[in-house]
Design a protein. Structure first.
Length: 290
């Protein structure tokens, strides 16, 4: 599988880096060589970073964490949306709003406002407003929906942030680091690998290469969800069955016995013929007045 994946990545141009004059010296361990004035990325390092990222994502998702895919550059927008939608996670593909993570409460209020505007649109209240007010509300709806539609179901902070082009998405990486959120990045030879936890060295300008890498990461997220369901099913199957424990048998005046079980419920059954009936003191007091 790795050979086929490497072949597909090479065909997509994943190994082409930036011009040598634009390189970041910290990316040297991930560079295979130089062709002309272009750095060539070591595809083995790309596969290594991808496999580490997939294992990390599967583990985090299986533990109940969410993942946010971030890619606002033109080459990554469509791939980010498709990958996040395929695995049921969140994404930011238009613009990363400052404070999306560090000021998450304010972002939630904006999402509440988005729900209100959509409710007004569906009920026709926007059309009943004045022309100026209706146009203003429509612009607000379009703006909020464009920026926050991918994170509208995110009710808590994510466990992992996956970005395309670490140099461009430095604000998202900075917020994630401040909050202790794990970061994974597809980064070119002009990026700083020290800004992320797991680096996937690759050509972050190739649409096809980005699509292949994000699809692999999305499959790891889906695998993590499957692990959660299998663990829940096994836990439910291994749950011990509660059995009713038999306690002492109490004889009653009516010739019946009462069984106590572990839960305090009592079942009544007939007394064998050789068991004498016993009258309770409450029913027949010794000093009853005739």
């Amino acid at each position: 599988m790795n050979k086929e994946l490497a072949r597909d990545l090479i065909s997509a141009g994943v190994h082409f880096g930036h011009a040598a004059s634009r390189w970041n010296p910290k990316m040297e361990p991930y560079i295979f060589g130089k062709r002309g004035m272009i750095h060539i990325i070591n595809v083995k390092e790309t596969l290594r970073g991808l496999l580490i990222s997939k294992k990390l994502l599967a583990t985090m998702v299986s533990s109940g964490k969410d993942v946010v895919f971030v890619g606002t550059k033109r080459q990554a927008q469509k791939a980010v949306q498709q990958a996040a939608t395929a695995c049921g996670m969140h994404y930011v593909s238009e613009r990363w709003l400052g404070g999306t993570l560090t000021n998450f409460r304010t972002i939630r209020t904006r999402l509440t406002r988005l729900d209100e505007l959509e409710a007004m649109e569906s009920s026709g209240r926007l059309e009943s407003e004045s022309k100026k007010q209706g146009a203003r509300l429509k612009r607000e709806l379009t703006k909020v929906r464009t920026n926050l539609d991918g994170v509208r179901r995110m009710n808590r902070l994510p466990g992992v942030v996956v970005v395309v082009d670490a140099k461009k998405e430095y604000i998202a990486l900075r917020e994630a680091r401040k909050l202790g959120i794990i970061t994974v990045a597809i980064m070119d030879t002009d990026s700083d690998p020290d800004t992320v936890d797991v680096a996937i060295p690759a050509n972050d300008d190739s649409i096809k290469a980005i699509e292949i890498l994000l699809n692999e990461l999305a499959s790891a997220v889906a695998e993590g969800k499957t692990m959660v369901r299998s663990e829940e099913a096994s836990a439910a199957g291994a749950r011990p069955v509660r059995t009713r424990s038999r306690r002492r048998v109490l004889a009653t005046a009516e010739g019946q016995t009462v069984e106590d079980d572990a839960e305090g419920d009592r079942g009544v059954e007939d007394v064998p013929a050789d068991v004498p009936a016993v009258k309770s003191e409450a029913a027949q007091p010794e000093n009853a007045i005739q």
